[in-house]
Ligand binder design. Structure first.
Ligand code: BGC
Length: 756
C-alpha cells in the first residue's frame, strides 16, 4: 500500500511538472476529465456523486472504518463535516492510493460564521452593511477552514426571509433581496478569492435553492407556495448574484416550491439556474433531500427519486444514499441516460480539478500550515470590529449612552441578566460553529459581556457589580431575586437578555418572539428602581419587547456576536466605537404581524393611522413595525440635504443621476449607511411601497459633509410582470434617500420612454 502511495505521489509530481511546462487550460482539464470518465465503471461514477457524513455526525471509529471501506471501493466522492485533521489525511490517502482510480475526495463543511475564530452570526454581519468587512470575515474563515483540510463550505445561505419565527433567519442576510445579493457576492468573493486553486481559498455554495425562507408559518422544512413574481423578485436575486460572481456550487432546499420538491425541481435547476443564468457548477442536495422527495409523496421509491433528482439537474447526494441505492437501476431502466450521469460526474470532477486536488490531493492537508494558520490573534481583531459594527442601537432616550467616565464620583454599574456572563450552550454564538467540533468546544474562547465590560468600566472609575448566578438556560426565581438585589445598589444597570445560542438555526422555529423565560418580568423589576437601564439584546432573529420599547431608555441589539462579544460590547457601550449597525430585518411589535417587511405591495386601503376603520390594519395593534428595516441610531447625528436630480425625465435607456449631501452635525466621528429606495407609482401591476436600490456606508468627522452621487438604470427600475416579462413602464417614480427605510428625503422623477 505504501509503495503504491509513493508511486502515486511520484506520478502526481510528474503530472504537476508537466502542467507547469504545458500550462493547462480549460480544454486540457476537460480532456483529462474525459479520459478519466472513460475508465470509470457505473458504480465508480455513482460513487463520485455520493457524499457521506464524517466524524461530526458518525463520531466513532466504527463510522470511520465503514467510511474507509466505502472510499477504498470508489463509492464516495465527498465527505462532509469531518473535523479530525489526521483522519482526513487517512481518508484522502485511502481515496488516492487505495481506490482503483485514485480520485481525490472533496471535504465539505458548514463554515457559517467563522471556522476556528467565531464571528457574529450572518444576520448580525448583515446589520453592518459593510461589504468589505463581510468579505474579510469569509477570507479568514476560508484560510482557517482550508488549513484544516476543508475544500468546500456550505455557505453563504442567501435565503431571503420575512419570517423571524423561522430559526434559520440567523444564517441569512434578512428580508431584502438587493442587500442579500450584495452580501452574497461579498461572501463568495471572500471564500473563493480570485483563484480556487490556491490552498487558502475554498469553494462556496449558494443555498438553499430555492424558497426555503418562505416556509409556511415559519416552520422549518414546511411547504412553500408563492407567485412566480415573488420568486423572481424576492427569492432569486441573491442566488443570481452569487451565480454571477462565480459561486462554485449550489445546494437544493428541503422544501417543495409550488408543489415540487426543490431537489427535483427542473424548472429551478435546469431552466433557470443552468439555462437562463448559464451557470455550470455543481448542485448538491441538502441532507437526504433526494430521499425526502419520497416522504413528500413526489417520488415512489429510491429509483424514482434518484432519476427525478438527477434529471432535474441535481448532481450530488448529501448523506442520503438515494443515488447509491437508486441510480444504477434508474440507468438500467432507462429512466436516466449515461450522458446525464456523466454530466453530473463531470461537474464533480471539474470542481476537484479547479481546487487543485488532482495535482495535489494533500494541498489542504499540510500540518505545518495548519499550525500557523488556525486561530491567529489578528483574526480576533476582525471579529471584534465586525461584532461592534453589527450592533444596532434601537433607542437612546436622554442620550444615556455612551456610558461616560465616572469622573471621580463613587458610581456603581450592575451587569445583570441571564446573558450577562453565560458560559454554556454556545451562547453568543450558534450551533453553526461546527469547526470547533462539539467535542472541542471550549467556552473560555468567548469573552462574555461581564468579562469584556468589567475592566473597561473599572478603568473609567466605576465599581462594577456582576452576579454570575445563572445563565440563559437555568435562571430561576432565586437567581432573578439576586440580580434585583445587585441592581438595587447600582447607579446604572446593564441588563443582558435574549436567546440562548442553541435556540437558533436549523429546526429552531418558534411561535413566540417574546423575550424567553420571564426576562420581561426581570426588566420590569429593574425598571422600578428609576435608574438608567440599558437593555442589551442577544438574539438570532427579530424579537418582540413592546414593554421594554416603551419603558427602557436605551436598547442595543447585540445579536450573537461570537468570540469577541464582551470586548465589542464594551467598545460600543463606552463609545470607543460609535454604533453604525442598521436592521436588515423588520422588528415587529407582536408576532401576529409576521410576515412584516418594508417592501410590501401597496394595498387598496393603506392605513394612515392606527384604528382607521376599513383600512388594512389590526384592531389590537398598530400595523407599523416596532423598528423598521434599515433603522439604527448613532451617538452622533447625520443631516441629509435635499435630493438633487440632474434630469428628472428619463428618455429611452437613460439612467437616473441623483445626489445628496450628508453632514455629521454631532460632536463625534460616526458612520452612516445611506440608503436609497425607489417607488414605482404607475406600473401595470401593483408595486412595492419602497425598494432598496443602492446603499453606501460612509464615515464622517464632526462637522464634515460628503456629497453622494448615485445612478439608477432603467434595468434597476424594472420588474417581472405576471406574464413573466421583465419590464419598466413609463410613468412616475419616487426616489427616497436617508438613514433608514422610513426617515428619508424624497424626490420625483419620471420614465418617459422605454426600450421596446
Ligand atoms: C442544512 C444545510 C447544511 C447541511 C450539512 C442541512 O441540514 O439544511 O444547510 O449545509 O445540513 O450540514
Amino acid at each position: 500500500m505504501l509503495i503504491n502511495y509513493v508511486w502515486r505521489r511520484r506520478l502526481f509530481f510528474l503530472v504537476s511538472l508537466l502542467n507547469s511546462i504545458f500550462v493547462l487550460n480549460a480544454q486540457d482539464t476537460e480532456a483529462r476529465i474525459n479520459l478519466l470518465l472513460a475508465k470509470m465503471t457505473v458504480d465508480e461514477k455513482i460513487g463520485q456523486l455520493n457524499q457521506l457524513p464524517g466524524d461530526l455526525m458518525t463520531g466513532s471509529e466504527v463510522g470511520k472504518e465503514d467510511l474507509l471501506a466505502q472510499i477504498r471501493s470508489g463509492r464516495v466522492g465527498s465527505v462532509l463535516s469531518h473535523t479530525n485533521f489526521e483522519q482526513k489525511i487517512i481518508l484522502q490517502r485511502a481515496a488516492v492510493s487505495e481506490s482503483r482510480l485514485g480520485i481525490p475526495l472533496l471535504f465539505g463543511f458548514d463554515v457559517i460564521h467563522g471556522y476556528k475564530t467565531v464571528f457574529p452570526i450572518p444576520l448580525a454581519q448583515a446589520a453592518s452593511w459593510d461589504m468589505r468587512a463581510i468579505e474579510e470575515v469569509e477570507r479568514i474563515a476560508a484560510r482557517e477552514a482550508s488549513a484544516d483540510g476543508q475544500h468546500w463550505t456550505f455557505s453563504p445561505m442567501v435565503d431571503v426571509s420575512r419570517d423571524p419565527r423561522w430559526g434559520r433567519v440567523m444564517e441569512g442576510a434578512g428580508e431584502d433581496p438587493y442587500l442579500s445579493g450584495k452580501i452574497a457576492e461579498a461572501r463568495v468573493r471572500g471564500f473563493q478569492g480570485d483563484d480556487l486553486g490556491q490552498s487558502s481559498t475554498i469553494a462556496a455554495c449558494a443555498k438553499h435553492f430555492a424558497g426555503y425562507g418562505f416556509s409556511e408559518a415559519g416552520r422549518d422544512y414546511n411547504t412553500v407556495d408563492m407567485s412566480e413574481q415573488r420568486l423572481r423578485e424576492v427569492v432569486l436575486p441573491p442566488f443570481k448574484a452569487a451565480a454571477k460572481v462565480g459561486v462554485a456550487t449550489f445546494m437544493n432546499a428541503f422544501n417543495t416550491l409550488n408543489g415540487v420538491p426543490a431537489s427535483m425541481n427542473k424548472y429551478l435547476i435546469t431552466d433557470i439556474l443552468r439555462g437562463e443564468w448559464t451557470w455550470s457548477g455543481l448542485v448538491v442536495s441538502d441532507w437526504n433531500s433526494f430521499g425526502e422527495t419520497i416522504v413528500h409523496g413526489a417520488a415512489a421509491d429510491d429509483v424514482d427519486a434518484a432519476s427525478k433528482c438527477l434529471s432535474a439537474g441535481s448532481d450530488m447526494d448529501m448523506a442520503g444514499g438515494t443515488f447509491q441505492r437508486g441510480l444504477k437501476k434508474a440507468l438500467e431502466g432507462k429512466r436516466i441516460s449515461m450522458q446525464q450521469l456523466d454530466e453530473a460526474v463531470r461537474r464533480v470532477l471539474r470542481l476537484k480539478y479547479s481546487l487543485g486536488l488532482f495535482d495535489n490531493p494533500f494541498l489542504y492537508l499540510d500540518g505545518e500550515r495548519r499550525l500557523k494558520e488556525l486561530s491567529q490573534p489578528v483574526y480576533r481583531e476582525t471579529a471584534r470590529s465586525i461584532a461592534a459594527s453589527s450592533m444596532v442601537l434601537l433607542k437612546n432616550q436622554g442620550k444615556i449612552l455612551p456610558i461616560r467616565p465616572a469622573a471621580g464620583l463613587k458610581k456603581k454599574i450592575a451587569i445583570v441578566g441571564p446573558m450577562a456572563d453565560s458560559k454554556t450552550n454556545k451562547d453568543y454564538m450558534s450551533f453553526w460553529t461546527l469547526g470547533l467540533g462539539m467535542q472541542y468546544y471550549d467556552s473560555t474562547q468567548v469573552v462574555t459581556p461581564a468579562e469584556g465590560l468589567k475592566p473597561v468600566l473599572e478603568n473609567m472609575g466605576y465599581e462594577v457589580l456582576v452576579r454570575p448566578v445563572c445563565t440563559a438556560g437555568d435562571c430561576d426565581e432565586k437567581s432573578y431575586a439576586m440580580m434585583i438585589e445587585t441592581a438595587r445598589e447600582a447607579d446604572i444597570i446593564i441588563a443582558c437578555v435574549g436567546e440562548r445560542g442553541l435556540d437558533c438555526g436549523e429546526s429552531k422555529s418558534v411561535a413566540s418572539l417574546d423575550l424567553p423565560r420571564n426576562q420581561e418580568g426581570l426588566l420590569r423589576l429593574l425598571g422600578r428602581f428609576g435608574k438608567p437601564v440599558v437593555m442589551v439584546l442577544f438574539n438570532s432573529r427579530p424579537m418582540t419587547f413592546e414593554w421594554a420599547s416603551e419603558n427602557i431608555p436605551a436598547i442595543l441589539v447585540a445579536w450573537q456576536p461570537g468570540f469577541e462579544t464582551g470586548n465589542a460590547l464594551a467598545d460600543v457601550l463606552t463609545g470607543r466605537v460609535n454604533p453604525s449597525g442598521k436592521l436588515p430585518m423588520t422588528f415587529p411589535r407582536k408576532v401576529g404581524q409576521v410576515p412584516i417587511y418594508y417592501n410590501h405591495l401597496r394595498t387598496g386601503r393603506p392605513q394612515a393611522s392606527f384604528g382607521m376603520p376599513f383600512t388594512s390594519g389590526y384592531l389590537d395593534v398598530s400595523a407599523t413595525p416596532a423598528y423598521p428595516f434599515g433603522h439604527g441610531l448613532s451617538y452622533t447625528e447625520f443631516q441629509y440635504s435635499d435630493i438633487t436630480i440632474t434630469k428628472p425625465t428619463l428618455e429611452k435607456g437613460e439612467s437616473l443621476a441623483a445626489s445628496i449631501s450628508v453632514t455629521n452635525i454631532g460632536d463625534r466621528i460616526g458612520s452612516e449607511v445611506i440608503q436609497c429606495y425607489t417607488q414605482d407609482l404607475t406600473a401595470e401591476v401593483a408595486r412595492p411601497v419602497k425598494e432598496l436600490k443602492r446603499f453606501l456606508k460612509i464615515t464622517l468627522n464632526p462637522g464634515e459633509t460628503k456629497k453622494i452621487q448615485l445612478k439608477i438604470s432603467q434595468e434597476d427600475l424594472s420588474y417581472w410582470d405576471n406574464e413573466l416579462r421583465f419590464r419598466v413602464d413609463p410613468g412616475k417614480f419616487k426616489l427616497f434617500i436617508g438613514g433608514s427605510s422610513e426617515a428619508v428625503k424624497e424626490a420625483d422623477f419620471e420614465v418617459k420612454s422605454i426600450k421596446k
